[in-house]
Design a protein around this ligand. Structure first.
Ligand code: HAM
Length: 410
């Protein structure tokens, strides 16, 4: 006997019942982001592995452990590096800056699957490339806040920090490395091996002994330079003006290496361990890292599945059915032609496709939520108003017009 075929571990089918809320996310994202001048971009599902090694960072978990790679390519684990690649490839520096782009698509990470964590998941993201102004950081955060509000995400918290610039971070990094080496015996093996390449990740450790060491570790927030601090204060002032509440989280760690200055994450206490709903920040060095001129950027990405998990369940309106065509066996061809005519006239029309009895077809019309049913008998046609139960004899050529008239009268 052959093994049962199933969706790969950590992936899922989007069944018709799941499609409506996901479509709601897309509509809300499009409305909110395009109203603010962001235009949609889609990049390929796979890119050269080197893009992510250079963009996301060699030392990150994403690049070291989580990419699905084949030949010289990898399925995209995130969207920022690809969007920056597209910005460079299409010479978007010639457009008015910042160039504001948004995207929605599938992303892939070879992580251990659990509730809210998948190997294929969807992200909505936005990137504003080409301006240093703190109003960009604030706008990105305010737009994600608006999207999460629109979707009804519950128990949200916005955590915010500044990572400074690579220059201001370098001194702090050395300080932190010295501190970590001093306490190496108390660190988890993972945190210990990361001291050289990625010492900040120790703040993210799950292990209790490492966490105790990190409680007393020097904080980047105390080592920012004056310009970093000024930028951060401007961002938080603007968030205040927009009425967006935030909390300083000087242990915030993001899993990507491209960040400079502002980083943020929205978490939902309504979710379990995977509480990150969306996050992002500024990446002023990324485009240069990919071979372009120094160009600042800032953006967010939010997980579609996590946003829906964090949102209240809301009843979704059914697609609706203006007209259902029921037919006796000899009338199939007229029913088919009428359904086509009705659809061309803009009506939501269905016809029986399973050779049911007239009684069975009426039940099916009811299940479809049909407003009118046209019943095609060999000796004539009856149009039934499903709300009032009223029936009238009609001429076949008048069926579509009759339903259109009835619909306008509502
Ligand atoms: P990220 O924090 O790695 O950032 O991912 C953003 C969001 O994607 C997360 O908050 C989470 O909701 C969702 N997500 C990530 N991994 C998974 C997974 N395995 N299963 C389900 N959902 C997941 C980025 O990807 C950056 N590109 C964000 C950004 C844009 N920074 C600047 N611009």
């Amino acid at each position: 006997m052959s093994a049962k075929l199933q969706a790969p571990r950590g992936t899922f089918d989007v069944l018709p019942a799941d499609a409506a809320p996901r479509h709601g996310v897309e509509r809300a994202a499009q409305r909110i982001l395009e109203a603010a001048g962001y235009r949609r971009i889609e990049t390929p599902a796979f890119e050269s592995t080197e893009l992510f090694a250079r963009g996301v960072g060699e030392a990150t978990d994403i690049v070291q452990k989580e990419m699905f790679s084949f030949e010289e390519y990898s399925l995209r684990p995130e969207g920022t590096a690809p969007v920056c690649r597209a910005y460079l490839e299409h010479g978007m520096h010639k457009l008015a800056q910042p160039v504001k782009l948004w995207y929605l698509g599938a992303y892939f990470r070879h992580e251990r699957p659990q509730a809210g964590r998948y190997r294929q998941f969807w992200q909505v993201g936005a990137e504003a490339i080409g301006s240093h102004d703190p109003s960009v950081d604030a706008e990105i955060i305010v737009l994600l806040h608006a999207l999460l509000g629109e979707l009804g995400a519950r128990e949200l918290r916005l955590r915010l920090a500044s990572l400074g610039t690579p220059a201001s971070r370098a001194g702090y990094r050395e300080l932190l490395q010295a501190y970590l080496r001093e306490h190496a015996d108390d660190l988890s093996p993972e945190a210990r091996t990361r001291i050289d390449l990625n010492p900040l990740r120790a703040f993210d450790a799950k292990d209790a002994a490492t966490q105790r060491v990190m409680d007393r570790a020097p904080r980047l927030a105390d080592h920012l330079d004056a310009e970093d601090r000024e930028h951060f204060d401007a961002v938080t002032e603007l968030l205040g003006r927009a009425g967006v509440e935030w909390e300083l989280d000087d242990r915030l760690v993001r899993g990507l290496d491209y960040y400079t200055r502002t980083i943020f994450e929205f978490t939902s206490d309504a979710l379990g361990a995977q509480s990150g709903v969306g996050g992002g920040g500024r990446y002023d060095g990324l485009i240069e890292q990919l071979g372009g001129q120094p160009t600042p950027g800032c953006g967010f990405a939010a997980g579609v599945e996590r946003m829906l998990l964090a949102a209240e369940e809301r009843p979704q309106p059914e697609a609706g059915c203006d007209l259902f065509l029921a037919w006796e066996p000899s009338e199939r061809s007229d029913a088919f032609a009428l359904a086509t005519e009705a659809r061309r006239a803009g009506l939501a029309a269905q016809l029986d496709l399973a050779g049911r009895s007239i009684k069975g077809q009426m039940k099916q019309a009811d299940r479809a939520g049909a407003r009118y049913v046209a019943i095609l008998h060999p000796d004539g046609t009856v149009l039934r108003d499903m709300d009032s139960g009223q029936e009238e004899k009609v001429e076949r050529p008048g069926v579509v017009a009759g339903v259109l008239k009835g619909r306008h009268a509502l």
